[in-house]
Design a binder for this molecule. Structure first.
Ligand SMILES: [Zn+2]
Length: 156
């Protein structure tokens, strides 16, 4: 029966097509699953890196704060002790710098602490005896004159 033959061939072709489509779908699902997995891995790595950076930043802040807390801000001290903030000179290891807008800040060369106008111990820091030369920057190319005048006014 030729008719039956044709029908069978058509059915076989349909089945083949179905099978191919099914496999294609399977592959696409696998590919999708792999992409999702990859994205999740990348997200996890990003979160890890971000958490690590945050922790390092915090550790840095903590150690700076700890260093500043124990620092005598004095020169002297024997060897490494001096650099660990156990200076015992009568001179302070500070630099007094006056900015173009008239603000003078005091910073410790040992621990990096900075005193600015308004800080509770600012006056005290300003009066720290030191044999360091005070500095000032009279040229400030990044600021326009109006802004400098404004800052000078604020700090008067
Ligand atoms: Zn200090």
């Amino acid at each position: 029966m030729p008719n039956k033959e044709v029908k069978t061939e058509t059915e076989t072709a349909d089945q083949k097509m179905d099978e191919l489509l099914r496999r294609k779908q399977e592959l696409e699902l696998k590919k999708l699953a792999r992409e999702v997995e990859q994205m999740e891995t990348e997200d996890a790595h990003r979160a890890d890196a971000s958490a690590k950076a945050e922790a390092e930043l915090k550790a840095g802040r903590d150690s700076a704060a700890a260093r500043q807390k124990v620092c005598t801000h004095l020169k002297g001290g024997i060897g490494v002790d001096g650099f660990h903030g156990k200076g015992n000179s009568s001179n302070y290891a500070v630099i007094k710098h006056t900015y173009p807008w008239g603000e003078t800040r005091v910073s410790c060369q040992r621990c990096g602490k900075e005193w600015r106008p308004g800080d509770p111990d600012y006056q005290q820091a300003l009066n720290f005896p030191t044999d360091n030369t005070s500095s000032s920057s009279s040229i400030w190319v990044g600021l326009d004159p109006e802004r400098v005048a404004e800052l000078q006014h604020q700090n008067r």
